[in-house]
Design a protein around this ligand. Structure first.
Ligand code: PGA
Length: 253
């Protein structure tokens, strides 16, 4: 039985004071919620601060990016080994903003996943179609290509250590959420694709939905059998909203 996971992607938001306030709110809210896995992904510069704020709690820490290399002359980059060294547990890879704005291709996603796995970080691999692709009827072709790029390279054992996040690009930060039925259709197709590699891995794989998830739509999304939680952007910056989403996930568990 898969357990729901709610991960908050703070993107490039936060200041030390705001972070402390937000984590305080999240930890207070979570005190009475069991039966759900929770993660936050602050900007790289604040990972260490948030690691300290989370110490002793059950909330896990994720980074938003990692380098394709382990160390060396790569000015400005931060490697998976460094992230693990300061207590990071997971890392978001191939987010659509990184694909669109920083040229992160399927090949780069594979390289970063390799680095994450070897540093013992859980890769949260993001895939999703644009509005044009959806309107052209190529959603499943696009997301299958993005996922297959990873499935073709890694062993079943490695895939079992990954989390997949389906995030339709047209739903990210737009207030437009995929309907639970639209999301479920894609999640089921992704799980079927994984099953062609390993049925066992497919049934255990956590597949998150992301794109304008908020307290008001979380419950209906989590009710779908192949939606195992959410990658939450904007709503993860407000403790109350984020907690309400965690609550909905716990109830669905
Ligand atoms: P959003 O972002 O919830 O603000 O749409 C989700 C994401 O980009 O992970």
């Amino acid at each position: 039985m898969r357990r729901k996971l709610v991960a908050g992607n703070w993107k490039m938001h936060g200041r030390q004071g705001e972070n402390a306030h937000l984590i305080d709110g999240v930890l207070t809210g979570l005190a009475t919620i069991n039966n759900v896995d929770v993660m936050v992904a602050p900007p790289t510069i604040y990972l260490q601060q948030v690691a300290q704020l989370l110490a002793g709690s059950k909330v896990k820490l994720a980074a938003q990016n990692l380098a394709t290399e382990e160390q060396g002359a790569f000015t400005g980059e931060v490697s998976g080994v460094m992230l693990a060294d300061i207590g990071v547990n997971a890392v978001i890879i191939g987010h659509s903003e990184r694909r669109a704005l920083y040229g992160e291709t399927d090949a780069v996603v594979v390289e970063k996943t390799t680095r994450a796995l070897s540093a013992n970080l859980t890769p949260i691999i993001c895939i999703g179609e644009t509005l044009d692709e959806r309107e052209a009827g190529s959603t499943l072709t696009v997301v299958s290509r993005q996922l297959r790029a990873v499935l073709d390279v890694f062993s079943a054992e490695d895939i079992a250590r990954c989390v997949v996040a389906y995030e339709p690009v047209w739903a990210i930060g737009t207030g437009k959420t995929a309907s639970p039925e639209q999301a479920q259709e894609v999640h089921a197709a992704l799980r079927q694709l994984v099953a062609t590699y390993s049925a066992e891995v497919a049934s255990g794989l956590t597949i998150l939905y992301g794109g304008s998830v908020k307290a008001s739509n979380a419950q209906s999304l989590f009710a779908k059998s192949d939606i195992d939680g959410a990658l939450v952007g904007g709503a993860s910056l407000m403790a109350q909203e984020f907690i309400a989403i965690c609550e909905a996930a716990a109830l669905a568990n």
